[in-house]
Design a protein around this ligand. Structure first.
Ligand code: KG4
Ligand code: ZN
Length: 340
């Protein structure tokens, strides 16, 4: 007998992207993302505006995902949604929407940890993407998180290192703010970094023991450096923006790679996957490719569309949990500080 197809609707609303995706088994049929431009004028995500925008976006985004997938809602096997971590007001929109759809269709509800989803996005079936074998190391790098995780199986994960202050994406965004770049500044710094000299300026690297990270000192270092230089030459930023960006990027990638090397040494695991918004960065992608030849690592780099927040990664976790019949009760609550 042929196996029945499983259709999962994934819903993501943890921060400032409203997203819905449909998966048929482990293959994506649609992945719709509505980002919220409104935060750019405030230089960061404004929680109240985010949750209001999610409320406006969620119905059309889910409709579009179902339409693009070419299925009907009656074909859905289960609804997976982001339970946390994230902004409470944003999470509540996705959580209550998912509950009402699952209840209305009388199908299982599956809660998903957003950070696990960034890692398990590597198990979406893609022709040109190999899946990491267990155990592997995952480095999740985003605007809210910086972690190194030992992944023993789909749902057995151990955080072996994390930031003690700012996340790496925050380091990019705050550096961008100092330089007068728009929000989020990560992509712009990355673009300019490729045009500049990475060794033009030197920034201090934080001294944090073990596998933990710290980025707040770097931000202060960059701030004082820029203030000093601008005092001497008011056009310093405009005249040297590409070199400044390249030097910041060089420092940040150096910090990430130093910790990864230590993690490989400590665990003996050299299969390395990355996930989260900063995994779109050209510097970290190149450093990991180089590490394949240099250190014999195997690296797993997500497709661009699965780097920043998206519902495809929520749906794949939904599928993996569906196979285990790991369903949620309807009284499950959004949890802003959910741990891996
Ligand atoms: O995963 P994500 O979409 O949202 C969070 O969960 O935080 O990550 C957003 C972060 C932002 O800080 C943004 O500046 C950063 O990812 N980012 C990048 C790049 N693309 C996005 N940082 C560096 N280089 C990039 N190419
Ligand atoms: Zn994220």
């Amino acid at each position: 007998m042929e196996k029945e197809n499983i259709y999962i609707l994934g819903i993501e609303s943890s921060c400032d992207d409203t997203s819905a995706a449909i998966l048929c088994n482990d293959t994506i049929l649609s992945n719709v993302v509505a980002d919220q431009k409104i935060h750019a004028e405030y230089g960061g995500v404004v929680p109240e505006l985010a949750s209001r925008a999610h409320q406006q976006n969620i119905v059309p985004v889910v409709h579009q995902a179902i339409e693009k997938a070419g299925i009907t809602k009656e074909q859905l096997s289960a609804i997976a949604f982001t339970r946390g971590p994230g902004l409470m007001g944003s999470l509540l929109v996705g959580t209550s929407f998912a509950k009402s759809v699952a209840y209305g269709l009388d199908i299982p509800l599956i809660d998903v940890n957003h950070m696990q989803a960034h890692i398990l996005a590597h198990f979406i079936n893609e022709e040109d993407h190999k899946k990491p074998p267990f155990p592997f190391l995952a480095m999740t790098i985003s605007g809210g998180h910086t972690q190194i995780v030992k992944v023993k199986s789909y749902f057995e994960m151990e955080v072996i290192g994390e930031t003690i202050d700012d996340a790496v994406g925050e380091a990019y965004d705050k550096s961008g703010k100092i330089l007068g770049l728009g929000y989020p500044a990560g992509p712009e710094i990355d673009r300019r970094a490729q045009l500049g000299n990475p060794k033009a300026y030197q920034f201090t690297k934080p001294k944090v023991d073990g596998l933990n990270f710290s980025f707040s000192g770097l931000k202060t270092n960059i701030l004082y450096f820029v203030q000093r230089e601008v005092k001497a030459n008011p056009n310093f930023i405009e005249e040297n923006i590409n070199d400044i960006c390249a030097s910041i990027q060089y420092t940040i990638i150096g910090i990430l790679m130093t910790k990864l090397k230590l993690a490989v040494k400590q665990t003996g695991i050299n299969h390395i996957a990355i996930g989260g918004g900063v995994s779109a960065n050209s510097g970290i992608r190149k450093a990991l490719k180089d590490a394949e030849d240099k250190f014999g690592w195997t690296s797993y780099i997500p497709k661009f569309e699965y780097t920043t927040d998206n519902a495809a990664m929520i749906a794949i976790v939904g599928y993996l949990k569906y196979l285990e019949k790991d369903f949620s009760d309807f009284d499950v609550m959004a949890t802003a500080r959910l741990k891996i």
